[in-house]
Design a protein around this ligand. Structure first.
Ligand code: PMV
Length: 333
């Protein structure tokens, strides 16, 4: 085939009900369903160009530093493995040049792999002329190994559903971004802290005695969270989201070996959010596999809550997001 190229933009996402635990790590089949929101201000833009004459894939990353660096080690291998998946589907052998740029600081501890692998999936498929449905793109993004990438394909508020098969494990939109002006304020407390990668955390989950309890609770949480989104009911979504974050971290803290993602700063924000809520401000927290806290609130009180967060000595900076669109091609040739 002739060399093809395409550019795609894809969002990071924040999970209200978390994916934690993998049933099949080859296929990235999760132990449970999950629900998330695509973030409009935290995106990755990726350009993929398949070329004659390259003897290996070339991957350059600009993680908000203004400088492109070649991907190395595991990061490079994961990109090549995903390109191989796309090449096999298209029956193409050409190597590619990949250039990827983040709109947010890499050290913000936001799950940037979801944005990165959904952007790579969409740009790579378009560059190869593959005409795939949203469901197929979501399945492919999941197979990258960063499971949550499948939730960055559809728009807005998203659910990852599972029927036990690979083709039946994909994400779909529950509601478009404009359905609800809900803000996610990312409060960054710790940049570049060393952590157990989520890839390892998903495998360790089974060693926690609390994991079966978590799995039992999830179906009801999914139902309540989905309904709360459809009804724009922040009190219910917030309650169920906080319970799920605490449950995920209880599992993580009780695996062998344990994974402690929270820092003193994490706890300070949790306590502040609870205090502000007691004062009558609607705001709720959730935390991914890192110390930073996502604070969910209505758009009307976002400025007030952001100002309060910035006054906490533990908070280094914040990023304010609304629900945004999923991955999309912005240029193809
Ligand atoms: O998709 P992964 O392997 O990066 O795992 C994501 C794990 C959490 O961010 C903690 C939860 C989630 O559902 O996004």
């Amino acid at each position: 085939m002739a060399a093809g190229q395409a550019t795609a933009i894809a969002p990071a996402n924040i999970a209200f009900i978390k994916y934690w635990g993998v049933l099949d790590s080859e296929l990235t089949l999760p132990t449970n369903g999950s629900i998330s929101m695509c973030l409009d201000r935290c995106t990755t833009e990726t350009h993929v160009r398949f070329e004659e004459g390259l003897d290996r894939d070339e991957v350059l990353l600009d993680l908000y530093e203004g400088v492109e660096r070649p991907a190395e080690g595991r990061a490079y291998e994961r990109v090549v493995a995903h390109l191989d998946r796309l090449r096999a589907m298209a029956g193409v052998n050409l190597r590619a040049r990949v250039r990827s740029r983040n709109s947010f600081p890499a050290d913000a501890g936001i799950a940037s792999s979801a944005a990165a692998f959904s952007a790579l999936t969409v740009a790579g498929a378009a560059a190869l002329g593959l005409n795939l449905s949203e469901q197929q793109l979501s399945v492919l993004a999941r197979l990258s190994g960063s499971g949550s990438a499948c939730r960055s394909i559809p728009d807005g508020f998203v659910e990852w559903i599972n029927d036990g098969t690979s083709t039946g494990s994909y994400a779909r939109s529950i509601a478009p971004p404009e359905h609800w002006q809900l803000c996610d304020i990312v409060a960054v407390v710790d940049v570049g802290a060393k952590q157990i990668a989520s890839e390892a955390g998903h495998k360790l989950a089974f060693t926690s005695p609390y994991f079966p309890v978590r799995l039992q609770e999830i179906p009801e949480r999914i139902e309540r969270a989905r309904r709360a989104i459809l009804e724009r009911d922040l009190a219910t979504l917030g309650e169920v989201m906080e319970a799920d974050a605490i449950s995920m971290h209880t599992v993580a803290m009780t695996t062998r070996p344990p994974a402690f993602y929270w820092s003193a700063g994490t706890m300070a924000i949790i306590q502040a959010v609870r205090r502000w809520r007691d004062e009558g401000l609607a705001c709720y927290f959730t935390i991914d596999a890192g110390p930073n806290v996502h604070v969910l609130c209505p758009v009307e009180s976002a400025a007030e809550i952001e100002a309060r967060l910035c006054l906490l000595p533990e908070v280094q900076f914040t990023i304010v997001n609304l629900a945004g669109p999923g991955a999309r091609v912005v240029k193809v040739s």
